[in-house]
Design a protein around this ligand. Structure first.
Ligand SMILES: [Zn+2]
Length: 215
């Protein structure tokens, strides 16, 4: 196994107090999907879509067709992913956050795999819907060639995958793979893995064993 040295430094206290970088602090809170637990005046800011997001109705066949054409999926696959993600929320185990998330993952074979968030009394042990779906795909032998990921929540506008999930998705998906985010009304927006995690670090960035910089 390759040991790869990485150095990093964080100014955690200042960030959490929001004194040095309020926007980044809000971003970090948003990424934990705890934003709905905050007062409305704050959660609305946390969940506000950025300027690059445009919402479409999943009942708008024209918008769905354009999305499918742009990301090499069929309308049937789109709607199967959507219904799987929406229904997946009913399988969520989230007694602590009450924040249900469902996932529908389209594999290379055309199968759609369900995911849901699974929490734990020891909070950090919980797992997000995206990671349960990808884990299911991997152990089922379908971890390679994932074509698209759909995520559904009970809020609007749609929630995007948390930071940890973005990195997890990056491990198994090419940069062009679309992540389709549905809100409580089945309106959706799409971003690719590259757009969600630009300049990402992935398995292709690791040097081979014995290369300079490794032990
Ligand atoms: Zn996550």
């Amino acid at each position: 196994m390759t040991l790869f040295k990485v150095g990093a430094a964080f100014r955690t206290n200042q960030l959490l107090r929001g004194t040095s970088s309020p926007d980044l602090s809000f971003f970090l809170i948003k990424q934990t999907r705890l934003a709905p637990l905050f007062p409305p005046w704050l959660s609305s800011r946390l969940l506000a879509p950025n300027n690059t997001m445009s919402l479409h109705s999943s009942s708008d066949s024209s918008a769905v067709e354009q999305t499918c054409a742009a990301h090499a999926i069929t309308a049937q696959e789109f709607h199967t992913m959507r219904t799987t993600a929406v229904e997946g929320k009913s399988f969520a185990y989230c007694p602590y956050s009450k924040f249900r998330v469902g996932c529908g993952l389209l594999t290379a074979s055309g199968r759609v795999i369900r995911g849901a968030n699974v929490e734990n009394a020891s909070y950090p042990v919980g797992t997000c819907a995206e990671r349960t779906a990808i884990g299911t795909a991997v152990v089922g032998g379908e971890g390679k060639g994932i074509r698209a990921i759909a995520v559904s929540t009970d809020i609007s506008p749609p929630a995007s995958p948390c930071g940890m999930c973005r990195q997890f998705i990056r491990e198994f998906c090419d940069s062009h793979v679309p992540v389709i985010m549905f809100d409580k009304n089945d309106d959706f927006c799409v971003m690719t893995v590259e757009e969600l995690l630009p300049m990402s670090f992935g398995p292709d960035k690791l040097p081979p064993p014995g290369a300079p910089g490794t032990m």
